[in-house]
Design a protein around this ligand. Sequence first.
Ligand SMILES: N[C@@H](CCC(=O)N[C@@H](CS)C(=O)NCC(=O)O)C(=O)O
Length: 260
Amino acid sequence: MTDIRIFSYLPNPRLYKSTIAARLNGVDIDIVGASPKELSNWLWDFDARPLEQVTDAEKQACERDARTGFSGKLYKTDRFLEANPYGTVPCAFSPDGSIGLFESNSILRAVARLGQERFPLYGNGVFEASRIDAFLDASLVFARDSQIYLLAIGRKVLNGEIHDRAQDAFIAWMSGIEQGLHDRQWLVGKGISAADICFACELALFSRDLAAQDVFESLGRKPVTDLSAFPQASAHYARLCAMDAVSHDLKPYLNRYTNG
Ligand SMILES: N[C@@H](CCC(=O)N[C@@H](CS)C(=O)NCC(=O)O)C(=O)O
């Protein structure tokens, strides 16, 4: 039996927080998912599967309005919403499906905890673990504005207000990372932790804006991703991306979205 099941659209840097952690600490993840387009035609459940494998009655009973990042109808079972009350992906389940986890940072926390004895990604003691939590929380605050910005780019409805908010959020988030790396190699403790993994994945996701030059040209603005004011954070990102466990997921993703 695997240690944890994660259901997600693919590819997804929010899922990579967990797969990178698992590559380092040996946790066995059962990944279930498909492209975003295909996932609209899946039953969202612990036993998620394409709708062709579901009866019409089952499908009708699970029909819900999509909320964020998807449009039209989605098919989420009652069991899925009980496990995952916000109804988002990625979502994770304990091996028997009895406990659901949501929010990619918390799924990352679960993977880190599951493998902590083999490879400590969740710090050494209460204070390091809580400092990791603090970086994960700060990144979620950033992720709120980042998501609004990326969805607006994807739908070609980016406007000045959304761009301003994303810029402010990016600077606030990256300034903390920059300061946090002052005189140290890792955000917490003496080795890679969940805080570094989360940072790399959020930045990879956000830097998709670099691939949307057409949207910025028509708005008369530039992509927000600009690392020049954050030399420590930028070097840390490059170092992380060069690690095998990280590059396995992020390299193909970045090639796909930011190199044309
Ligand atoms: N902060 C969340 C974001 C997850 C999220 O918003 N997922 C969206 C897709 S980008 C979703 O599942 N939407 C389902 C819906 O539209 O009902 C995380 O990191 O897991």
